[in-house]
Ligand binder design. Structure first.
Ligand code: HEM
Length: 579
C-alpha cells in the first residue's frame, strides 16, 4: 500500500510521483529555505526524508499559478466563509444558551420592539422576566439584557468593556467624541484631564449659581402655589438648564426668563430628535432620516448649539489671553456679581498650558456637560419631588430636617448645610433608585465574558437595565415602596455593591455625580423650604418613557401650596398617600 503518494516538486517545477510503501508519522515540517516538505518515518524508525519529501518553491507555485489561481482564490474564499459561518454559529449557539424569546426567523424580536416609546419601555422590561441575564435578537443583532448585580459587576467594573453601545453614535453629530461617547486612549486621557475639574473645591464655587437659579425657580413657582394641579417639569428643566449653562460655559441663557430663546428651543428639539432616532429603527439609516425630514431640523439645531458653544469658547479664550482669565476675573462681572470659573475656563487653561485641546475638543466636552448635566438632574429632581408628593410623612421628615438647618430664614445654602442634609440626601438616592435618570446603560462587548453560567461572546451589545436592577426584591425588599431609610449606613451593609448604580460604576461612572447631588439638594430644598407638594398622577397610572433619560410621558402634575398655608389647611396637602 502506498501512504501517501509522495509528491516532490523539484527546482525546475517538474512533478514526480514516487510511490513509497511505508507508514506515516507526523509528516509536515518547514525547511529553512521556505520550502515545505513532508518527512516520513519508517516503522523501523528510520527517517526516509530524502526519498519521500514533498516540497515546493516559489517558482513552482508561480509557474502553476495561471491555471490554479481561480481554484486557489475560490478555495480560499470558501474556506474563509466556512470559518466565518462556523465562528458565527458558535457565537449564536453561545448566545442562545441564555434564556430569551424565540423571535421570528430573520427578524428575531424586531417587530415586538418596533413600538412607541412608552410601550417599548414596558416590553423591554418584560424581557427581564427571563432572568437577570437574558438575550434578545433584533434581526441579526444580539442584545444581552442584564439586570442582576453580579452580572452588572462583571461589565461595569471592567477596564475592557468601556465601549458605549451603537445607540450613542446618534449623539456624535452634537457631542462629537467627548467624554461620554469616546473610548480607548482618547477617553482615558480626557477622563484624566477632566477629573480635577470636578474637585470638591471647584464645586464649592458653583454653590452660588445653584442657589441663585434655584431661588429664581422657587420664585417662579410661587405663581403656581395655589393648590391647583400643574406640570412642574418645565420649571425644574429650565432651572437645571440655567445652572449647567452658567457652570459649564460661564454664560447664562436665562432660560427661566426666556424659554423661547433659540438655544433653549434647539437643545430641547435636538434631544427629542435624538431620542426618537434611538428608539425608532426606521429613523436610523441616514437616508431615511433625511428623507423623513428630520435631518434638516436636526442640523439647524446643531448650528445653533455649536454656534453658541463656539462663541463662548472664543470669548473666554480671548479673556484668558487678555489676562482676564478666571483667576484674574475673580473680582466682579459687569453687574457687580462675583465671577467664578466655568468648566470651559478650566479646559481653556489646560489647553493654554500645553494640553492639546483644540476649540473643537473643548466644544465636545462643553456640549457633553450641557447634555449630560441638565437632563439627568432635571429628571432626578422631578422624580424626587413626585415621590415626596406621594409620601407626606417622608416629606414631613425632610422638611423637619430643613427647618432644623434653616429655621425661618431664606438664606442661601452653604456647603456645611449640604453636609447636614442627610435625610434629604437619602430621599434623593431613593428617588434615583425607583426612577434612575439613566434607565439603561449600553456597552458593546469587545471581548467574551462569563456571567454566572453564561458565556457572552464579543460583539454582543450588553444593556444594563438599571431600572430593573434597582427593583431586585432580594436587594431592596418591597422595591416599589419609597423608603429613604434604605440608604441608612446600617441598611446598606449587606447590599451587593453593584445593586444600585444610578451613576453607573467602575471606570466609566458619572464624573458629575458630586455636582449632581449638590445641585439636587439645593434645588429640592429651595422648593421644600417654601412649599408643600402633593403629586396628582397616581404611580400606577404613570407612563414612563425610558430612552436616554427616564421621563414621565406627560410631565409631573403636582399641587403646590406655600408651607404656611399648608400648616393652616393641613387637610388639603397632608392627608393622603396613594403609593
Ligand atoms: C442626577 C444626575 C446624573 C445622573 C443620574 C447621571 C448618570 C450618569 C450615568 C449613568 C453615566 C454613565 C452613562 C453610560 O455609561 O452610558 C454618566 C456619565 C457621565 N455623566 Fe452623569 N449623571 C448625572 C449628572 C451629571 C452632571 C451634572 C454632569 C456634568 C456636569 C454629568 C456628566 C457626565 C459625563 C461627562 C459622563 C461620561 C463619563 C465617562 O464616560 O467618563 N453627569 N452619568
Amino acid at each position: 500500500m502506498i501512504r501517501p503518494h509522495s509528491l516532490t516538486l523539484g527546482q525546475t517545477g517538474n512533478c514526480q510521483r514516487e510511490p513509497q510503501e511505508t507508514a506515516v508519522t507526523s509528516p509536515l515540517r518547514n525547511t529553512p529555505t521556505g520550502v515545505l516538505s513532508l518527512s516520513f518515518l519508517h516503522p523501523s524508525g528510520q527517517n526516509l526524508e530524502p526519498q519521500v519529501a514533498m516540497s515546493w518553491s516559489k517558482e513552482h507555485v508561480l509557474s502553476a499559478t495561471p491555471e490554479l489561481l481561480p481554484f486557489v482564490v475560490l478555495a480560499g474564499a470558501v474556506g474563509l466563509l466556512l470559518i466565518w459561518v462556523f465562528r458565527r454559529q458558535q457565537k449564536v449557539w453561545l448566545i442562545d444558551q441564555m434564556p430569551g424569546p424565540k423571535g421570528l426567523p430573520i427578524l428575531g424580536s424586531a417587530l415586538f420592539v418596533s413600538v412607541e416609546p412608552v410601550e417599548l419601555f414596558k416590553r423591554v422590561l418584560s424581557f427581564c422576566e427571563y432572568g437577570p441575564v437574558m438575550r434578545v435578537w433584533i434581526a441579526n443583532v444580539a442584545y444581552a439584557i442584564i439586570s442582576g448585580a453580579e452580572a452588572v459587576e462583571v461589565i461595569l467594573s471592567s477596564q475592557k468593556h468601556i465601549d458605549k453601545s451603537r445607540d450613542y453614535t446618534f449623539l456624535y453629530p452634537w457631542l462629537g467624541t467627548g467624554l461620554l461617547t469616546s473610548t480607548g486612549t482618547k477617553w482615558h486621557s480626557r477622563r484624566k484631564l477632566l477629573t480635577p475639574a470636578f474637585h470638591f473645591k471647584i464645586l464649592e464655587d458653583f454653590l452660588d449659581v445653584f442657589n441663585r437659579q434655584s431661588a429664581r425657580m422657587a420664585q417662579r413657582l410661587s405663581g403656581k402655589a395655589d393648590g391647583k394641579p400643574f406640570d412642574i417639569f418645565p420649571y425644574v428643566t429650565l432651572c437645571a438648564l440655567d445652572i449647567i449653562c452658567e457652570t459649564a460655559m460661564g454664560n447664562t441663557v436665562n432660560a427661566q426668563d426666556n424659554s423661547e430663546s433659540e438655544y433653549v428651543k434647539a437643545i430641547y428639539r435636538i434631544v427629542h430628535i435624538i431620542q426618537m432616532r434611538m428608539s425608532r429603527p426606521w429613523l436610523q439609516p441616514n437616508v431615511l432620516f433625511k428623507a423623513l425630514g428630520y435631518a434638516k431640523e436636526h442640523d439647524a439645531c446643531l448650528r445653533t448649539l455649536h454656534g453658541f458653544s463656539q462663541e463662548n469658547i472664543s470669548r473666554r479664550r480671548q479673556a484668558l489671553r487678555d489676562g482676564r482669565g478666571r483667576h484674574a476675573e475673580a473680582g466682579a462681572d459687569d453687574l457687580g456679581r462675583k465671577t467664578r470659573l466655568a468648566f470651559l475656563d478650566l479646559l481653556l487653561e489646560y489647553s493654554e498650558d500645553g494640553a492639546k485641546l483644540s476649540d473643537e475638543d473643548i466644544r465636545e466636552e462643553v456640549d457633553t456637560f450641557m447634555f449630560e448635566g441638565h437632563d439627568t438632574t432635571t429628571a432626578a429632581v422631578n422624580w424626587a419631588l413626585y415621590l415626596l408628593g406621594h409620601n407626606p410623612e417622608i416629606q414631613d421628615r425632610l422638611q423637619e430636617e430643613l427647618d432644623g438647618i434653616f429655621g425661618d430664614s431664606d438664606r442661601p445654602i452653604t456647603m456645611s448645610d449640604l453636609r447636614e442634609m442627610k435625610y434629604t440626601e437619602n430621599c434623593i438616592k431613593e428617588a434615583l433608585r425607583i426612577y434612575p435618570s439613566v434607565p439603561i446603560i449600553g456597552r458593546e462587548l469587545k471581548e467574551d465574558i462569563t456571567v454566572g453560567k453564561y458565556h457572552i461572546p464579543a460583539g454582543v451589545t450588553a444593556m444594563i437595565y438599571v431600572y430593573r436592577l434597582h427593583r431586585d426584591p432580594e436587594q431592596f425588599p418591597n422595591p416599589e415602596v419609597f423608603d429613604p431609610d434604605r440608604f441608612l449606613p446600617e441598611n446598606c451593609k449587606t447590599r451587593h455593591p453593584y445593586a444600585y448604580v444610578p451613576f453607573s460604576a467602575g471606570p466609566r461612572n458619572c464624573i458629575g455625580q458630586k455636582f449632581a447631588l449638590m445641585e439636587e439638594k439645593v434645588m429640592i430644598s429651595h422648593v421644600l423650604r417654601k412649599f408643600r407638594v402633593e403629586s396628582v398622577t397616581p404611580r400606577n397610572d404613570l407612563e414612563l418613557v425610558g430612552e436616554i433619560i427616564l421621563r414621565p410621558f406627560e410631565g409631573i402634575r403636582v399641587k403646590l401650596v406655600p408651607r404656611r398655608d399648608a400648616e393652616t389647611a393641613p387637610a388639603m396637602l397632608k392627608s393622603r398617600s396613594d403609593c
